[in-house]
Design a protein around this ligand. Structure first.
Ligand code: AMP
Ligand code: MG
Length: 391
């Protein structure tokens, strides 16, 4: 059985970025830039007034005659003399012959004249050309994740299209005869289905919003059909049916659809029966059905692959470190993923840890990794954890 790090390495080897696409800036939230963005214009591209006030030439003259007005959007020229000023408003183009803007609050207005009490320094309240960025300078490096501020920033340069990596389309197949939807009392022997909505939320909250969900009974032919349909996506996630029971048909259905197995089973708890394979560039993760196993395998493995596909340069798991509050055992010789809370660097592990339970996941904020070769960790020892349930 392979280790967690071997499984991660195999996923990296077999996963590639999706093709590049030019898309409207407004649709690019959460995508990653293929190439650096360069400023097509300077910002600002003309000298702008930063205030409502008066534009004039800084000097020794304190009484100025107001000869005109310049509001935002105007492109007027004035033959401005040293003893003259132009009424100006925030965002307006400063006339070429003016070098300074005085705030209206700092002058006294007497009819067509203003008087200045205290001479401001030259260039005060004038935004210089290229003050933010000069034409031709780099706006953003390749690999940048597009956020709302980046959309606003690029829009300010007149950029309306960006070259990004395509985001993967995902199909999620949920298997199990026992699964029942919320909305009616449980039938005997059934449980409420929870993996579909959990994994869909995990995907959508990370910007993977093209998610199709298929639900299938424990039936070979039905599973084969769902897998064939699911393979139209870039990534197929399957929940349940990958163990060795007589009614686990996922492995056979994947083989029947020509999906090549890369690995099956990882030396970890929960999540041992993880299956990973590919067909062409399409990836398949068959996640164990137990909810904590499904989520752990999603967070550790499927998410890493989804990040690579979407061009995210930051694909490595972002482990943080904390100090154990109490002694913790690992009796299994496997990598343990257990839940706890981390507060001010101290990690407290929850008592209820089982693949079938989500209670500790729901209450915790740290997915703690206990290495397979450590049987006991004492209070005060350092552990690695991934932040969960935090935004
Ligand atoms: P399986 O991996 O199909 O053998 O399922 C393992 C355990 O997880 C069983 O107890 C299932 O009832 C449970 N399980 C499987 N799929 C789901 C699901 N979608 N939601 C909640 N529990 C599930
Ligand atoms: Mg099952």
């Amino acid at each position: 059985m392979i280790s967690v790090s071997e499984a991660l390495a195999l996923i990296k080897t077999h996963t590639s970025q999706l093709p590049k696409v030019e898309i409207p800036l407004r649709d690019s939230y959460g995508c990653f830039l293929v190439e650096e963005q360069v400023a097509p214009i300077s910002s600002p591209s003309f000298r702008q007034s930063a205030m409502d006030g008066y534009a004039f030439r800084c000097g020794e003259i304190y009484e100025l005659e107001v000869i005109g007005e310049c509001k935002a959007g105007d492109a007027l020229e004035f033959d401005l003399q040293d003893n003259q000023a132009v009424r100006i408003f925030t965002g307006a183009r400063v006339p070429d012959q003016a070098d300074t803007v005085i705030m209206q609050e700092h002058v006294e207005v007497n009819g067509e004249k203003i008087s200045i009490q205290k001479m401001p320094e030259k260039t005060t309240n004038v935004r210089a050309i290229g003050e933010q960025v000069q034409v031709g300078e780099q706006l953003l490096p390749a690999g940048t994740k597009i956020t709302e501020s980046i959309i606003g920033f690029l829009a300010g340069f007149g950029i309306s299209e960006v070259l990004v990596f395509n985001k993967p389309k995902i199909t999620l197949i949920v298997t199990g005869n026992e699964l029942q939807e919320a909305g009616s009392p449980l039938k005997p022997g059934c449980i409420y289905e929870s993996n579909a909505i959990m994994l869909e939320s995990a995907l959508k909250s990370r910007g993977f919003d093209s998610v199709q969900i298929l639900k299938v009974a424990d039936d070979l032919e039905a599973t084969k059909k769902s897998v064939a349909q699911g393979l139209e996506a870039d990534v197929l996630l399957i929940s349940g049916g990958i163990s060795v029971g007589d009614y686990d048909f996922v492995n056979e259905a994947l083989q029947a659809n020509g999906v090549q197995e890369i690995f099956y089973k990882v030396n970890q708890k929960p999540g041992k029966p993880l299956w990973f394979g590919k067909k062409g560039g399409k990836l398949v993760f068959a996640l164990p059905g137990n909810p904590a196993s499904s989520l752990t395998c999603f967070l550790i493995y499927a998410l890493s692959a989804l990040k690579i596909m979407s061009g995210n340069p930051d694909v490595d798991l972002n482990f943080q470190t904390g100090v154990l509050k109490h002694r913790t055992f690992n009796k299994f010789g496997k990598t343990l993923f257990i839940l706890g809370t981390e507060k001010n660097g101290e990690v407290e592990i929850y008592p209820k840890q089982a693949s079938s339970m989500l209670i500790s996941y729901a209450l915790g904020n740290a997915l703690v990794l206990i290495p397979e070769n450590l049987e006991v960790l004492e209070a005060g020892e350092t552990v690695q954890f991934l932040a969960v349930n935090r935004n």
